[in-house]
Design a protein around this ligand. Sequence first.
Ligand SMILES: [Zn+2]
Length: 372
Amino acid sequence: MYYTYTYTYSLDGTVFYVGKGKSRRCSAHLYIAFNKHDTRYESYFYRKLRKLTTEGRIDEVVIEKVKEFSEETEALAHEKLLIKRYGRQVDGGSLCNLTLGGEGTSGYTHTNETKRKIAESSKGRVHSQTTKDRIAVATKSQHDDPDSAINSEQTKAKLREASKGNTSALGHTHSPETRQKISEAVQQADKEGRGKRHHEVSAETRARMSEALKGNQCAKGYKRTDAEKEAIRQRTLGNQHWLGKQHSKESIDKMGTTAFAKLPSGVIQEYPSINAMREALGVKGLATLLRAIRSGKPISKGKLAGWVFYTELEDNRIEVPEEYRDLPRSRKEAKALGVERYYTGAPCKYEHRDARYVSGGCCTCRDNRPTK
Ligand SMILES: [Zn+2]
């Protein structure tokens, strides 16, 4: 069902817009008038509707269906007739309409001369991101509008026809200059060994790629949130030296030996095992205690600050060699002091009982590393 309608200013009976509609066209106008992203937003008619609304005078406007038709062509012809009767303002009449009607409501048709001018002036123009976003939204709202010209059966048929066969760069022909540019770029890429023709991959590269693709790839490129980062930070506070290490059978045996804790007051407490001591003192991990036992050094902070731990096996307490006595006992401490090295007493994976560099690595290992 199609129809023609008019917008009349009721106070003086002026008809200021004539349209041809289908389904919900009439009510859609106010929606368009306030949809900034609609391409028609700034047109004369919609500006007028907006003005009347914001001035609280929209109630003075009467929208009237003039006549109903079963054929769209009939409605279009009638619209044309009505526009001719009232006249566009540009022609000395009362209508805000931009077109003479009859060709569909979407729009104003530019003359070929105007089209050429528009094309000329938009050459080489680059839209800003804001403009691109706006165009995207406007295009979408046009697609969503069932009465929009791009949703007409005629346009759809054209599009169907056009999308047959190979559609890449459809209807587009590069200018000779552009073709020259492309050709030069391809030749340059060829010289530099880039591009399609250089897709042969060396065995070495393939091996590297295969290595890089080992393991779980699913979180690759995933950026941790600040909350996740903070959680990891909390989890890894303090010395990570023992992290992920497994206790040797020897140290597991040691855990079963009688353990002692020497309080800052000098009092010595005895426990049946390191683990029992750990539980009694409410220490979370064994690592802290084992580390303290190995170093023989008082705990530096927390509720056990100043406590010294050891076991009945004397050799479990490492004497700090003279040359390391002045070094900090943790990386954190060394960092805070601005010292290059620190000494934990723990051996590196090659069993060097040497100091470690704050920048990373056992000193023996680092100093003997072959230079390239
Ligand atoms: Zn080493």
